[in-house]
Write a protein that binds this ligand. Structure first.
Ligand code: NAD
Length: 360
């Protein structure tokens, strides 16, 4: 029996996670996966009940589980609290405690939603890429870091540092993901300036020798940023460090134009992962059955593929989502200005996906 911990969180988190759970239950039943669900509090909900955004018991439960599915945390109610006890602290704490070193952010344009992008339709056509970002190292954590004063001038400094093991393990994640996709990895770097990028080049090349079925290219981060808006369809898997990945994953997300559609995964070693929609807790629409549950449902697809080794189940979820959109069903956030469509609610969208699921 594999345990899945559900952390709905705040705002629309519980609404979207309820739909994601229904889809996961349906798919796991159809494919004979034995799952056991445990629901716990995180973020503001946990602050209200227990005085802390994440309890140690919950971290322990997550450690013993196969995967965690998270909604979103935060909201105006907790905005004035001190930074170290705010809801977002729960997210940072769980990522750190569970050793989630690989952040996966797919950006795909579903044909029925191509018009939502700010890019021209012919550029958007065929976007289906995955940014694999190193999440626990690099310049965000490197030492020395700080601010000081030298010769009467204030300075600030950080250190971009990676060792070869950190680069090798994130590279392996990227190559493994490429095997589930179109077998191409682009390593994004700044090796013309940074020594640390030169190490990445060497190590990524070494890891690539174990994946002769996957092609590898290297791309400078500046030209990669340009190509992402000029010709995003050329990319399959992009692998890069924490800083470049932070920026490029948001850029890649934005070109799809649909925040409510974007899933993500953060992986540790051994197939354990935390899966969550990219969007936040959307307090402006919380509790009104208006949230788009598709990012959470697509996070379930990632969970099935990566932590439960059930690519058929993942494909069934993704194709159900595409079919529902192709049939014209839209939550309010997906309706373009000037379009005359009635919005479906969060629950009804979940119903449509369940009805469209083609499983054994
Ligand atoms: P947000 O993503 O919550 O909302 C931005 C806009 O997009 C809002 O208008 C919202 O209604 C809309 N939106 C977002 N997700 C949607 C969905 N699934 N369906 C329909 N519409 C959707 O970002 P924000 O407003 O900047 O932040 C709100 C709160 O969420 C803040 O407290 C922030 O700290 C938190 N937040 C949490 C996470 C997380 O839990 N990972 C991520 C980002 C923001």
């Amino acid at each position: 029996m594999d345990r899945i911990v559900l952390l709905p969180g705040d705002g629309i988190g519980p609404e979207v996670l309820a739909e994601a759970r229904r889809v996961l239950e349906a798919v796991s039943g159809a494919y004979g996966l034995a799952l056991e669900f445990t629901e716990e509090l995180i973020g503001g909900a946990s602050i209200d009940a227990h005085g802390t955004p994440l309890r140690d018991e919950v971290i322990e439960l997550c450690r013993e589980s196969r995967a965690v599915l998270l909604g979103a945390v935060g909201g105006p109610k907790w905005d004035d609290m001190a930074v170290d006890v705010r809801p977002e602290k729960g997210l940072l704490a769980i990522r750190k405690a569970l050793g989630l070193f690989a952040n996966l952010r797919p950006a795909a344009v579903i044909p029925a939603l191509a018009e939502a992008s700010t890019l021209r339709p012919e550029v958007v056509d065929g976007i289906d890429l995955l940014v694999v970002r190193e999440l626990t190292g690099g310049i965000y954590f490197g030492e020395p870091r700080g601010r000081d004063e030298v010769g009467g001038k204030r300075r600030g400094f950080n250190t971009m540092i990676y060792d070869e093991d950190e680069v090798a393990r994130i590279s392996r994640v990227a190559f493994e993901q490429a095997r589930l996709r179109r077998h191409h990895v682009t390593h994004v770097h700044k090796a013309n300036v940074l020594d640390v990028s030169q190490l990445w080049m060497d190590v990524v090349e070494e890891v690539a020798k174990d994946y002769s079925d996957v092609t590898l290219a290297h791309q400078l981060v500046d030209s990669c940023a340009m190509l992402l808006v000029r010709d995003p369809g050329r990319f399959d898997v992009l692998v890069t460090g924490n800083l470049f990945g932070d920026i490029l994953s948001d850029q890649a997300a934005e070109i799809t134009g649909s925040l409510g559609m974007l899933p993500s995964a953060s992986l540790a070693t051994g197939g354990f992962g935390l899966y969550e929609p990219v969007h936040g807790s959307a307090p402006d629409i919380a509790g009104q059955d208006k949230a788009n549950p598709l990012a959470a449902i697509l996070s379930v697809a990632m969970l099935l593929e990566t932590s439960l080794a059930c690519p058929e189940g993942a494909a069934a979820v993704r194709s159900a989502v595409s079919d529902v959109l192709a049939a014209g069903h839209r939550t309010g956030d997906l309706i373009l200005a000037g379009e005359s469509r009635a919005a479906v609610g969060c629950r009804a969208m979940g119903d449509h996906v369940l009805a469209a699921l083609e499983t054994p």
